[in-house]
Structure formats: structure tokens, C-alpha cells
Write a protein that binds this ligand. Structure first.
Ligand code: HSE
Length: 341
């Protein structure tokens, strides 16, 4: 069977995490194109040597510094040109999230789907704003549009719902969906750190978004709540319909007085079916310490599914990180390869 070809749009932290996993696990796959706004682009129909490319990128080099053995390699194409010319079977979209517009990622995904490519993305913008439209376009072109990396990075949320909870009706999902804010709250409560010191450390550790306002004011968790609502509860809600409050106004004093009452602040994202409609929010909630979500500390994420057949099922795991989010793209690619063989 002919190896499938992969095009990667965006090759920052997530893209490099994916390349590292491909180099190690050696799936039946040719990486034929990589295009990144900051690092440059290459299309090589004979396949890119992933380990050699990683040597360049992990040393802060540009894609053009990679020496291809193939005479057919072309450099410098922009993302749309790359998608249109690379003849890939699968496109992995891993550019930065713009929660307000979903662009330019949405146009990359539309172009790839129109070319008949399967698409996987870790980008919350297109998934939160245009999931229904993109899923329809994928169905029209007989390909898959998978989004495992948009919520809880590689910890299985959509795979779990789609494969393992098949037959269960999910009526509510609620959880800790942002690692940065959970890290900040944990450091403030356990080690008495100031909000600013904890945020600075979360940025250094690489969990925070390029603009950390998205984390602390709840926009990142909001995008995830919208994605969960529309994908798992089959809703059709938009980000501006969901009440949102972040953790930026929670003081050390608030956290201490909650602890004295035996409670703990967590930034909770929740969405619930109420009859035909959906009721969702993002806000700091004082949880009883017996709540499974109260025990989840640091940058870890957790999600409780409420289902008709099993009651509550809670999962916990990483929600950010290079290998963790790279894995979410890898697992979507494996799903596509399995179903497309
Ligand atoms: N900034 C996000 C977080 C990254 O802290 O959870 C993953 O979406």
C-alpha cells in the first residue's frame, strides 16, 4: 500500500512535537511539506527527512537551512500555495489560535478540505467558530476533519466520546480546561505566590498563550467550552453567547478565605443540555474539596462527562505542551490512516 503524504502548516511548538513523535514512532507516512510563517517553507514530493529537519528547527534554524537530497524540493511557498501544490493526503494545521476571527487557519483548512485532504487541527479558532461549516465541507469532500488537539491537548476527549462512549448520550461536560490558570491558582494557594509571579512562571514554562489575556480572562476556556458544546452536545452556539469570567480578579485573600471554608477556587468551563438548548459558562467556582475536579493541581486539565448510561466519567491529563499537543495531531493522523487504508 502506498504511503500517505502529510503536509504540515505551522511548525512551532506543536509542529515540532509532532515531528519528534514521527521521528521516534516511524508511522507509515511521508512528510512532504512544511510551511511556517516564521521559519519558512519546503515542499519535497520525495519526502522530508524528519530527523534532519528537527536538527535544524530545534536549533532555532530556518527551514531553508535543511539540505534536501532531492532535486525536486521547492522552498518559500506560502501556506495556501503549499496546500494547493503539495498533493498531500492529510493536512495538519498547527498555526497560532486567533479566537476572534479563526483566521488565517480557517482558510487553510477550507483550502485543504476542498482539495480532498483529510484535516487535523489543534487550533481552537476554526473549531470554536466554524466547526459545523468545516465538518460539512469535509463530508462533502468525503474526508475527515478531526480536532483532538483543541481541548486537553493529547488527553483523549473527542476520541473518547466518539469511540469509547459510543451509545452513551452526553448531557453535560464540565472541567478545568486551561492549564495556565489552574497552575496560577495552585501556586497561589499552595505556595503563596502572587498572581503576577505565577503568571510569569506559566509563561516561562510555555503553557500560556502568546497573549496570556486569553488564558487569565477565560477566552481560551471559553473557546473550548464552545467546541465541546457544538461537538459533544451537538449544539450550535457562538463564543459571544457564553458568559465568561476569568481569574484575573481572584486575590490571594479570596483563595485563603475559600480554603478556610474547606473550598478551593477552580476556573470551570461547563456546558449542559437543557431541553433543546445549551447552557454554558466559564467562571471561577469555589469547589468542595471532595469534588474530583478540586484535587486537580498545576497545569493539568480534567473533564467530567455526564452520561445517561454511566453517570459521571472523569478524565484527567495534560492540556498543553509540545509532545502532548503533538500527540493529539499524531493520534488524529493514526485515526485517518486506519480508516483510509
Ligand atoms: N494556554 C492554554 C492553557 C494552552 O494554558 O491551557 C492549551 O490550549
Amino acid at each position: 500500500m502506498k504511503k500517505k503524504n502529510l503536509a504540515m502548516i505551522g511548525c512551532g511548538t506543536v509542529g515540532q512535537g509532532l515531528l519528534r513523535i514521527i521521528a521516534e514512532k516511524k508511522p507509515d507516512l511521508n512528510v512532504v511539506a512544511i510551511s511556517d510563517k516564521l521559519k519558512g517553507a519546503i515542499f519535497d514530493p520525495n519526502g522530508i527527512d524528519v530527523s534532519k529537519m528537527l536538527d535544524v528547527l530545534e536549533n532555532d534554524g530556518k527551514i531553508e537551512e535543511y539540505k534536501s537530497a532531492s532535486k525536486k524540493a521547492i522552498t518559500g511557498l506560502d501556506p495556501i500555495e503549499t496546500i494547493k501544490n503539495c498533493n498531500a493526503d492529510i493536512m495538519a494545521e498547527m498555526t497560532y489560535t486567533d479566537i476572534e476571527t479563526g483566521q488565517p487557519a480557517t482558510s487553510y483548512i477550507e483550502t485543504a478540505l476542498e482539495q480532498g485532504m483529510h484535516v487535523t487541527t489543534s487550533n481552537k479558532g476554526p473549531a470554536a467558530l466554524y466547526h459545523a461549516k468545516l465538518a460539512k465541507l469535509a463530508a462533502k469532500n468525503n474526508v475527515q476533519f478531526l480536532i483532538e488537539g483543541t481541548v486537553m491537548s493529547g488527553t483523549p476527549v473527542f476520541n473518547l466520546a466518539r469511540e469509547t462512549l459510543t451509545g452513551c448520550k452526553i448531557t453535560e461536560v464540565k472541567g478545568i480546561l486551561n492549564g495556565t490558570t489552574n497552575y496560577i491558582l495552585t501556586k497561589m494557594e499552595n505556595e503563596g505566590w502572587s498572581y503576577n509571579d505565577a503568571l510569569k512562571k506559566a509563561q516561562e514554562l510555555g503553557f500560556a498563550e502568546a497573549d496570556p489575556t486569553a488564558d487569565v480572562e477565560g477566552f481560551d476556556a471559553l473557546a473550548k467550552v464552545v467546541i465541546l458544546s457544538n461537538y459533544l452536545l451537538e449544539g450550535n452556539i457562538k463564543p459571544d453567547e457564553v458568559p465568561r469570567q476569568g481569574i484575573n480578579e481572584i486575590s490571594l485573600e479570596n483563595i485563603r478565605s475559600a480554603a478556610e471554608e474547606g473550598l478551593r477556587y477552580k476556573l470551570i468551563g461547563s456546558t449542559k443540555l437543557e431541553g433543546e438548548s445549551i447552557s454554558a459558562y466559564v467562571k471561577p467556582v469555589k469547589l468542595d474539596l471532595s469534588d474530583p475536579l478540586a484535587g486537580v493541581g498545576g497545569a493539568t486539565n480534567a473533564l467530567t462527562f455526564n452520561t445517561d448510561l454511566l453517570g459521571e466519567v472523569t478524565i484527567q491529563g495534560p492540556g498543553a505542551g509540545k509532545i502532548e499537543t503533538g500527540f493529539s495531531i499524531f493520534v488524529d493522523i493514526m485515526t485517518i490512516l486506519r480508516q483510509d487504508s
